[in-house]
Ligand binder design. Structure first.
Ligand SMILES: Nc1ncnc2c1ncn2[C@@H]1O[C@H](COP(=O)(O)OP(=O)(O)OP(=O)(O)O)[C@@H](O)[C@H]1O
Ligand SMILES: [Mg+2]
Length: 255
């Protein structure tokens, strides 16, 4: 059965998608089979994996709203053992359409259940909001939520709200939901601010912050426009080395 992790932070641009696809790539390189589930209408994980978000006819929207079987929606990527349930801009409508649906918070969990036995890992990317799409992703996250935090001014702002939402989902929808990790992203070694933020986040989440810190690295921001993960785009870059180390740390934590 797959381990299911959801990557969430309602703040935009903190490195959720980059972390999902990079960890996905390194897990697949280590022989694990990985399914990335794109729950963001921006569909950045979809396009970062080389798919055209405007040309996918069946997407996670169809699984959630029209009950299409996920097995028929899964797409392969250029990397072996790395598959994706794509998103597209129409998913934005689901946020409203879900409101009137029965068991509306559990639709993703239900949709994924039949394919979990085909994968070692399911990694769910979420939009920068705490709406029903993110709540569905948290409800499906049997092995926990991983929170990327950008090492920038006001990094901690909003984390209280996120933790509150995680607690509500744990109490009402998914008793297994834990904070499986906190990833410090876009760390800039040249600024004192990055170090200060990192220290502050470690005080806030004393146990959960990964030792591995992801540096700000231009290669990481270039890779998506080539539809490639950092593993093939620039395997020797500081960004690739950091995500390789983070993947190892996640695997070690699971033991
Ligand atoms: N470590 C890094 N160094 C440099 N650029 C990065 C790094 N991590 C991510 N980026 C870039 O920063 C931008 C935001 O990253 P990303 O898309 O992963 O964040 P996100 O949290 O998924 O954003 P959103 O909330 O919009 O979904 C992207 O352009 C990405 O390529
Ligand atoms: Mg994203």
């Amino acid at each position: 059965m797959a381990k299911v992790y959801t990557f969430a932070n309602q703040k935009g641009g903190v490195g959720k998608t980059t972390t999902v696809i990079s960890i996905g790539a390194f897990l697949s390189a280590q022989g694990r089979s990985v399914l990335v589930v794109d729950m963001d209408p921006q569909a950045n994980a979809t396009s970062s994996l080389g798919l055209d978000k405007h040309r996918e006819d069946t997407t996670v929207y169809h699984a959630l709203i029209e009950k299409a079987p996920v097995a028929k929606i899964i797409k392969t990527t250029s990397r072996p053992r790395l598959h994706v349930v794509p998103s597209s801009p129409i998913l934005a409508g689901a946020e409203v359409e879900l409101v009137g649906m029965f068991a509306r918070e559990m639709l993703l969990q239900k949709a994924l259940a039949p394919v979990l036995r085909h994968y070692d890992y399911v990694l769910v990317d979420t939009p920068p909001s705490l709406g029903l799409l993110t709540v569905n992703a948290l409800t499906a996250a049997d092995d926990g939520v991983i929170i990327p935090v950008q090492c920038e001014y006001l990094a901690l702002e909003g984390l209280g709200q996120l933790v509150h939402t995680i607690n509500l989902v744990r109490e009402n929808l998914n008793p297994r939901l834990a904070i499986a990790g906190v990833v410090l992203t876009m760390f800039d070694t040249r600024t004192r601010l990055s170090q200060e933020v990192a220290d502050e986040v470690r005080r806030y989440f004393p146990k959960q912050v990964f030792k591995t810190v992801i540096p700000r690295n231009v290669r990481l921001s270039e890779a998506p426009s080539f539809g490639e993960t950092i593993l093939t785009y620039s395997p020797g870059s500081a960004g690739a080395l950091a995500y390789a180390a983070l993947t190892d740390e996640l695997l070690a934590r699971e033991k």
